[in-house]
Write a protein that binds this ligand. Structure first.
Ligand code: AMP
Length: 345
């Protein structure tokens, strides 16, 4: 059905770990490439522990696998170029390029007719005053690249006292949203699309705290959200699972950002669906048919961050709770150590 036997994964964090576990259930092997500590290596077939600048290691990695995917979108372009000269990368380079840079991302989303926060390019500190004159306050200044979990962001309440991020940025108008939701959508090599139900997300300090399904919003909103995600996937000729984060406003849905990979807000699918987001991604990049995304349970996913791990004994005793731990050593503040999926119905 598919010639793929070994999948290369760039990045060895918890997403790579859960992708490897899902691949093994389908009889496939994963080879992880990770420069630092790799929780994924515990459950993977092979690990290459080398920097993204090590051409010999990258070449050997690419030659040992049938396809390469990633759990982390900030892989250097030079590493991707080398890998792609040897083996296909899925999702494709365009999806990566668009989502690596907030300016490119927002421009692309507007070009395909989707609404984003109003934004302005702020290449350097000197350009900030002009951007603020157009966008106004409150607003959020975000670095174009390498921001995640709220890092690289400055909230501007008063245009007169705006801090600088220190790197090329975009200034975004503040969206007065009523809720934050996300859609996890998958697209197969044949163009087949399957979406999971949108989840309601709660963030704290820029980090995802919980995702709840069903999200409690009217059907017209959830249908719109799924159609938006499918439109993005089709426009990128995407193969794999993608997370699309949206703000719900009285005027309609506003796309916040896209992640070209499995997404934290899709972890609930492990307890809610026959084929979870990890298996769905593996199926897509391996050229296998997708699961249909149907949800069988109501689920609340909660991240275990830092010393949340102290609650582990209670969580393990609680009924209807699925515990996932990532095997990371030290429970530092803000570090995602695991998550729980609580089946609520
Ligand atoms: P991001 O890194 O872009 O996902 O931003 C992290 C969180 O900051 C989001 O989940 C929102 O809660 C909040 N946020 C980001 N951008 C905006 C915006 N333009 N307006 C209002 N809140 C925002």
């Amino acid at each position: 059905m598919s010639d793929v036997r070994i999948i290369g994964i760039l990045g060895g964090g918890q997403l790579g770990r859960m992708l490897s576990a899902a691949a093994s259930r389908l009889g496939l092997r994963c080879h992880i490439y990770e420069p630092c500590a790799a929780p994924a290596a515990d459950v993977a077939y092979r690990l290459t522990n080398a920097p993204y600048e090590d051409e010999a290691a990258l070449r050997a990695f690419a030659e040992s696998v049938d396809v390469v995917t990633y759990e982390f979108e900030n892989v250097p372009t030079s590493a991707l170029d080398l890998i792609e000269s040897i083996v296909p990368i899925r999702p494709n380079r365009r999806a990566l390029a668009v989502s690596q840079d907030r300016l490119t991302e927002k421009t692309f989303l507007n070009e395909i007719g989707l609404t984003t926060a109003p934004f302005a390019d702020v290449p350097d500190q000197a350009a900030l005053a002009g951007a603020l004159a157009g966008i106004g306050a409150p607003s959020i200044l975000k670095t174009r690249r390498l921001g995640y979990d709220g890092k690289g962001q400055v909230r501007i309440a008063d245009a007169a006292v705006a801090e600088w991020t220190g790197a090329p940025s975009v200034l975004e108008g503040f969206v007065d949203f009523t809720a934050e939701i996300s859609v996890i959508v998958a697209r197969g090599m044949d163009g087949q699309v399957a979406a999971f139900d949108p989840g309601l997300n709660v963030h704290q300090g820029g980090i995802l705290r919980s995702t709840t399904v069903p999200c409690g919003l009217p059907g017209r909103v959830t249908t719109d959200a799924v159609l938006i995600a499918a439109r993005i996937a089709a426009a990128l000729d995407y193969v794999g699972v993608m997370g699309v984060e949206l703000f719900v406003t009285p005027q309609g849905l506003v796309v916040n950002e896209i992640a070209p990979r499995v997404h934290n807000s899709g972890h609930w699918t492990q307890a809610g669906c026959a084929v979870d987001q990890f298996e769905q991604h593996i199926r897509a990049v391996a050229g296998l048919p997708l699961g249909d995304g149907k949800r069988y349970a109501d689920v609340v996913m909660e991240n275990l961050i830092g010393d949340d791990l102290a609650r582990l004994p209670d969580l393990l005793r609680a009924p209807d709770v699925q515990v996932h731990l990532y095997g990371k050593g030290e429970a530092r503040a803000g570090r995602k150590m695991g998550h729980v999926n609580r089946i609520t119905r």
